[in-house]
Design a protein around this ligand. Structure first.
Ligand code: DQA
Length: 144
C-alpha cells in the first residue's frame, strides 16, 4: 500500500526557512521519519513537494488510490480553492499538518480552506506533527 505525503509551497527549503518558526529539520528528515512510522505496516511513502498549486492538484489527482495522506498545504491553506476541490474527491482518511501554531500567528493563518475536509488537523508541534499524523492514519485506515 502507498501513503501520500504532500507538502506545499516553500516547504522544500525546510531546515533553513525561518528556523525560529519552522525548526531546523529538513523535509528529507521528515519524509524519513514518516516512512519509519509506517514501515512495519508495509506502507510505502510517496513523498512530493511542490511550490505551485497546479502541481499540488495534479499530485492529489494522481494519488486518489493511496491508502491515506498527510498533507501540509502551507500557504495554500489560505486560498487554495483548487486544491480544496481536488481534496474533496480524495476518498481516504487524510491529516492536515502545519509545523507552526497557526493560531498564534497572523490572523490570515487562523482559518484553513482545506482543513475542514481533513479527517484531523495537527499544528504547532513541528516535525513531530507529521509522525503523529502517520500514527493516526495507522489507526484510521482499516484495510491496507
Ligand atoms: C505552514 C503554515 C502556513 O500558514 C504557512 O504559509 C506555511 C507553513 C506550517 O507548516 O506551519 O508555509 O503550513
Amino acid at each position: 500500500s502507498r501513503l501520500l505525503l504532500l507538502n506545499g509551497p516553500n516547504l522544500g527549503i525546510l531546515g533553513s526557512r525561518q528556523p525560529e518558526i519552522y525548526g531546523t529539520d529538513t523535509l528529507a528528515d521528515i519524509e524519513g521519519w514518516v516512512a519509519e512510522e509506517v514501515a512495519d505496516r508495509g506502507w510505502k511513502v510517496e513523498a512530493f513537494q511542490h511550490d505551485g498549486e497546479a502541481e499540488m492538484i495534479r499530485t492529489v489527482q494522481a494519488n486518489y488510490d493511496t491508502v491515506g495522506a498527510i498533507i501540509n498545504p502551507a500557504a495554500l491553506m489560505m486560498a487554495g480553492w483548487g486544491l480544496r476541490d481536488a481534496l474533496a474527491n480524495y476518498p481516504r482518511p487524510w491529516i492536515e499538518v502545519h509545523l507552526s501554531n497557526v493560531w498564534a500567528r497572523e490572523q490570515f493563518r487562523h482559518e484553513s480552506v482545506t482543513g475542514p475536509l481533513a479527517t484531523g488537523v495537527i499544528f504547532g508541534l513541528g516535525a513531530t506533527g507529521y509522525r503523529l499524523a502517520a500514527r493516526a492514519l495507522l489507526e484510521k485506515v482499516t484495510d491496507s
